[in-house]
Design a protein around this ligand. Structure first.
Ligand code: PLP
Length: 359
């Protein structure tokens, strides 16, 4: 690895142990590991290859499924938003993808083109986004035609907030719908995302759909790192210059930081074009030689600046950790008013992904 590269080092063993934690919390459920958005920025092919025990994979886009199939991934792959035109349906058939059906037009598309697919019926129990409304479900089930029903899926909208009663309401609505259905498949349920798995045992059901927790960050709103999860990504970048900013001089665009006294600053070669958030607060922590130092000045496209302590011995090619080992992504997310999901998926394509695996 060139020391000049911005790197996302991905620990595949951490992802395996997080997957084992899914099994621990949901011992009686099958697990559909969610690989959308390039496995939340970790690299979908490598991550999927490192999860031979996953019962299925879930993705948002057809292209994401095709990428996994072309890399030789043989487990079932589910399109969480289904297919929306003939071309997507053809790809779903060629690559043997499961499809979510969330509205009538998708079902008609399948029937009109003579396709036979394994389908999940998506019901909107309160997310207010995709899915059939509960009262229409018996009618929809009666019109499945040649399709094979794998099960019924719904998505939780407030599982990340342990004080919310919304999850119970969604579970109740789901039970009301499927309670008196006899159709094969209609009793197979998939409800829980990471927050459901870790926080709502009643939501586990037949299939769970872990995403974020596989990558080792908390899905809960409090952004408190969870001891039982193993963070998988360390985002780091090299120092490319060290210099002294004279008292009264400023650093970076807009001059939002002015040195009160002569201050040594390290320039790090990572910026918002790499996925480091421009919205982050002044003074945000950055690790140099394992020590916390402070971000100063605005985040640029390709660079950030860090204030050094007088005793620091730092030189170009030393590496700074932006989040990951020794610096929780949750803490960084809190400092820019966001969640770990956006930081992980925002790591851009020019960042070099590097993998660590012990076996
Ligand atoms: C993204 C997604 C998940 C995974 O959610 P996490 O909060 O990352 O665990 C599960 N189900 C569906 C339908 C999704 O779109």
């Amino acid at each position: 690895m060139s020391s000049r590269q911005v790197t996302a080092l991905v620990d595949l063993d951490a992802i395996s142990s997080n997957f084992n934690l899914v099994r621990h919390h949901a011992p009686n459920s099958c697990a559909m590991a969610i690989m959308k958005a390039d496995a939340y920025g970790h690299g979908a092919i490598r991550v999927a290859q490192s999860l031979p025990a996953a019962d299925a994979f879930g993705v948002a886009r057809v292209s994401e499924a095709v990428e996994l199939r072309e890399a030789g991934i043989g487990q079932p792959i589910c399109l969480l938003e289904g297919v929306n035109d003939r071309e997507e349906l053809n790809l779903a058939s060629i690559f043997e993808l499961q499809v979510v059906i969330h509205d009538q037009s998708q079902l008609e598309l399948l029937e009109r083109s003579g396709a036979r697919r394994k389908i999940w019926l998506k019901i909107d129990t309160g997310m207010g986004r995709l899915g059939f409304s509960p009262e229409t479900v018996p009618e929809v089930l009666a019109s499945l035609g040649k399709q094979t029903l794998l099960g019924v899926m719904t998505h939780l909208s407030e599982a990340s907030d342990p004080s919310s009663t919304k999850t119970d309401l969604q579970l109740m609505r789901l039970q009301e719908v499927i309670g008196n259905l006899e159709q094969p498949g209609a009793k197979t349920l998939s409800i829980a995302n990471s927050a459901g798995i870790l926080g709502h045992a009643a939501s586990l059901a037949d299939w769970v759909r872990p995403g974020l927790m596989l990558y080792g960050a908390t899905p809960f709103d409090d952004l408190k790192p969870m001891d039982e999860l193993h963070p998988a990504m360390t985002f780091s970048a090299p120092v490319i210059a060290v210099h002294t900013v004279k008292a009264g001089e400023s650093v970076g665009y807009g001059g939002i930081f002015t040195a009160a006294e002569d201050t040594r600053v390290a320039v790090i070669a990572a910026g918002y074009a790499d996925g480091y958030p421009r919205e982050i607060a002044q003074g945000a922590p950055i690790l140099l030689h394992g020590e916390r130092r402070k971000l100063v000045g605005n985040v640029s496209m390709d660079m950030i600046c860090v204030e050094l302590e007088p005793s620091d011995v730092v030189q170009p090619s030393d590496r700074a950790v932006l989040w990951g080992e020794g610096l929780a992504i949750e803490e960084i997310a809190a400092l820019c008013g966001t969640i770990p999901y956006t930081l992980m998926t925002g790591v851009s394509s020019r960042v070099y992904r590097h993998y660590r695996v012990s076996n």
